[in-house]
Design a protein around this ligand. Sequence first.
Ligand code: SIN
Ligand code: CO
Length: 373
Amino acid sequence: MKKHSVLGAMQPREFLSTYWQKKPLLIRQAIPDFQPPVTRDALFSLASRDDVEARLITNFNKQWTMQHGPLGQLPALTRKNWTLLVQGVNLHDDQADALLNRFRFIPDARLDDLMISYATDTGGVGAHFDSYDVFLLQAQGQRRWCIGAQQDLSLREDLPLKILRNFTPTQEFVLNPGDMLYLPPHYAHEGIAVGECMTCSIGFRAPSWQELGEAFMNFMADSVELPGRYADPGLQPARRPAQIGADMLGRVATQFKKLASRPDDIALFLGEYLSEPKPNVWYDAPQSPLTAGRFAAGARRRGLRLHRKTRMLYQGKFIFINGESLLPVAADRRLLQALADQRTASPDLIAAASTDLRESLYQWYRDGWIVLA
Ligand code: SIN
Ligand code: CO
């Protein structure tokens, strides 16, 4: 078994060909001796911050309520039936980031975040489905999962959260710490805490075609270049003045053909779009930054590491980092691709960087995107 495996004895290849986007899988002791990346108190403290996305879901007296963070005040621990969901824990905690990184047998472009839920006894978020794949890794205590492949995904109305109108589960499992349940998109499920518990959800991103298409049109709008202006030197007298003539339509169509996207446009758009940080992500610039010279000497001695909030991707000749794109020279490209894949760059690699790249690295350090290893 591989040192950092997350699928028990199963190899990623087998998981992807048999289960991924196809059917659920329960893996007992997917991560043996698993310890939650954060304590309950650390999770509560994250939920009270305004740069952290958190929700509190209660089901007291058979009434569902949902409250968005920051959540300074939580119900009493002795009270049953409430759940706290904290999104993007990987952005704020190294252990959580390390846990998410274990799932990098799935490309970064598809990995979203690590959500951690805390629930008191019988707490849960109700029977629902998600539009994305999810790994539900039990972190602490026990949770009972009921799941079903039902076609009827209609939701109850007038509730503050999405709850299935009819839920007819066909399987039930109680998960212990280290056990993990994988569910493909649109698989109905409900998790109920058996005593106090914490669950990690490893979530994925799959933008809708509509969302992607709209974002692409915005991207293209920024790069439109159509010099000149409408002109018709051969204009004939109008017999039907209100009609838009075929010649006008033709001239406009000819210009619009120049707007068609090229493969580079798609690669650039996709890389910038997918590496763009979420709106609530702020980078912490170093408070007393090193000078460029000291930073370069430190990087050559210790190497560099991407900050856990940094999203770095590449495609062909392009490199993308936190929503920006670069077109580096071939030698720098190899260095940057290694940094993106490994999320670290060794001193040897750094020593080979061009002057241009060293300047970019220093700027990224000043922006809090990378740190000395
Ligand atoms: C939870 O952890 O309580 C909810 C996770 C999910 O059902 O997707
Ligand atoms: Co769910």
